[in-house]
Design a protein around this ligand. Sequence first.
Ligand code: SAM
Length: 279
Amino acid sequence: MTDSPSRPEYARAKRSLGQNFLVDTNMARRIVASAGPFDGADAPAVLEIGPGHGALTGLLLEAGAERVMVLEKDRELARALKARLPRVGVIMGDGLTFGWEGLSGLPGLRLIGNLPYNVASPMLWEIVSRARGWSRAVFMVQYEVGRRIVARPGCGEYGALSVWLQAFSTPRLLFKVPPHVFRPQPKIDSAVLEFVPRPPEEWPASPKSLANILSLCFQKRRKQLKSILKKYFDDALASDFEARGISPQARPEELATHQFVWLGERIFSHFLLDLVEKI
Ligand code: SAM
């Protein structure tokens, strides 16, 4: 089933906002069903990111979601959606700079979105590490980005994005989506992913240290850890590596998420303490 794919608003899609609208209602239903159920006694609030013309939003209401909010950067689309679906709480804003921490008052919140592909990775980076209290998220991204998100150590697609998102959540690739269900049609396949947050006590104590070590290591992913970290590599660090079974000759893509969390804290908390001592 297709939602008249030649409607003029699809032709006016803004590339700068990554607008590829879903026009296949069966596919939209499948995505909404993967994020549900939304009805029943414990009906969760739902926040959709980038609702566009409302392909998913309308189906969320149909599926029984009582409290639906959307976050949309395109003013024109946000206004049109508010006029068409007055029950929906429309926030005009940017997912990259949104105050994700502020969602903690909505326990059990579900997140959903066909994310703008040009900024999907940095947006997920922010959402998954900063939003609190959400119970599950279902997002569509480029297929190749989806593969990187779920990649495991030792595989070529494993990188900073995989480690970061897996430190805060458990992502799972649910299914692949072909280009013909969108207008305009992208040249590439897409993927729908589910994210379940890790319990807060398992979150990295210092996200900043983790971000620093990931940036340092994955800029030089072909090099060995000993060479990447030569500035910090003294006898104490060598024996900490040995105690944790990490080889100094290993390359970044061989380290597991928890090893990066440890290494970030080991190097950067230490470094910060040094700075504090010098002041
Ligand atoms: N959900 C709709 C659908 O499936 O047909 C539209 C999806 S389209 C791929 C991405 C949507 O995100 C667009 O509506 C676009 O305007 C919006 N968007 C782009 N950048 C954004 C940002 N930084 N913050 C919030 N929304 C954004």
